[in-house]
Design a protein around this ligand. Structure first.
Ligand code: AHM
Ligand code: MG
Length: 338
């Protein structure tokens, strides 16, 4: 039997890979792992205790918030506040940034962005949900409180990112820019154990993932590409929980698309909390992530915390092919109106 490597052990080993690492990022990743275990416990017993259901509030992006989202949000904030390594957080569920006071006059260097419970419409029906996170080094003076500029950084500035899926098993996947590794929670010992080493996304795959119900609301080039996927007999899989759809594609290959629609002309998903962290993970595994304007997601300069983005992400061969479709069909002039 091969020896079990826990998340904590792995993170500490990896710290040595960074020349001037002082352990702060290591501590922060470990604290996110702890928060994930606490959220996992609640997600698992959500059917037993009465915390299911809509909370009756709207989040900062105007979507309905469910109770478990609030719980996950608070747990993550609490764990990060206590870590001492984080000077501020921004969450999909909070309108503004939350400044974290320094602990024991230590100057924390990092800020964390997260979507505490992605795919929350799936909670009541027992389908996988997840947590997505990204970590940036702050830009503002370490002696003062964090500022908005610490959060409005491009994805290329991420120092670490990852996600946790609360599914048939609970898995945490993260990158610090040197490959991607996955850890499965062993409930019997309460530890995340290394289960997916150095994940590489296949160049192509059998899956495409898009809300095909919006087909008629997509631009023509996107409709053509979806027709092409269907002609190829690719398998359509759409969980409605981006983190789970991306996880499938990361392991088995494929493409995930959330283009602009009439309801969401700029796309639905959030650049900071969803698109950038997942783009970092997918790129580190050898994949690609663009928006519908064919810009690399991670190079987009955010202008606001809750900025939305279109996204096309997944296997490099398939994302490149989709790009060709968009370029070809966008070049065709629209039919003149009669
Ligand atoms: P959420 O963060 O409020 O749960 O919304 C994000 C989710 C993604 O996980 C998922 O891919 C998408 O919204 C589903 O949206 P739609 O129902 O429009 O297809
Ligand atoms: Mg989300």
């Amino acid at each position: 039997m091969s020896r079990i490597i826990t998340l904590d052990e792995f993170i500490i080993r990896r710290q040595k890979d960074f020349a001037y690492a002082s352990g702060e990022l290591t501590g922060l990743l470990r604290d996110i792992g702890v928060a994930a275990k606490i959220v996992n416990r609640e997600v698992n017993k959500a059917g037993l205790v009465n915390i299911l259901g809509v909370h009756g509030l709207e989040n900062a992006s105007g979507d309905e918030v469910q109770k478990l989202d609030m719980y996950a949000n608070q747990k993550l904030i609490d764990c990060l506040k206590n870590s001492g390594e984080c000077c501020g957080v921004a969450s999909e569920e909070n309108e503004d940034i939350i400044q974290v006071p320094a602990i024991a006059s230590k100057n924390a260097k990092y800020v964390v962005v997260f979507d505490p419970l992605d795919g929350s419409s799936n909670i009541d029906v027992n389908v996988s949900v997840g947590t997505i996170f990204g970590i940036y080094r702050r830009k503002s003076d370490e002696k003062g409180p964090c500022t908005m500029e610490d959060f409005l950084q491009k994805g290329t500035e991420l120092v670490a990112a990852g996600y946790v899926i609360y599914g048939t098993s609970t898995i945490l996947v993260y990158t610090t820019g040197r490959g991607v590794n996955g850890f499965t929670l062993d409930p019997s010992i309460g530890e995340f154990c290394l289960s997916h080493t150095d994940i590489k996304i296949p160049d192509r795959g059998q899956y495409y993932s898009v809300n095909q119900g919006y087909y008629l609301k997509f631009d023509v080039e996107m409709r053509r590409y979806i027709d092409y996927c269907s002609d190829l007999n690719l398998r359509l899989r759409y969980i409605g929980s981006m983190v789970s759809d991306i996880h499938r594609i990361l392991l088995q290959g494929g493409i995930f698309l959330y283009p602009n629609t009439r309801k969401y002309p700029k796309g639905k998903l959030r650049l900071l909390y969803e698109c950038n962290p997942l783009a970092f993970v997918v790129e580190q595994a050898g994949g690609k992530a663009y928006n519908n304007q064919l810009g690399r997601i991670m190079e987009v300069q955010p202008h606001e915390l809750h900025q939305r983005s279109t996204i096309v992400i997944g296997s490099p061969g398939m994302v490149d092919e989709m790009k060709e479709f968009v370029e070809r069909y966008s070049a065709v002039p629209a039919m003149p109106k009669k």
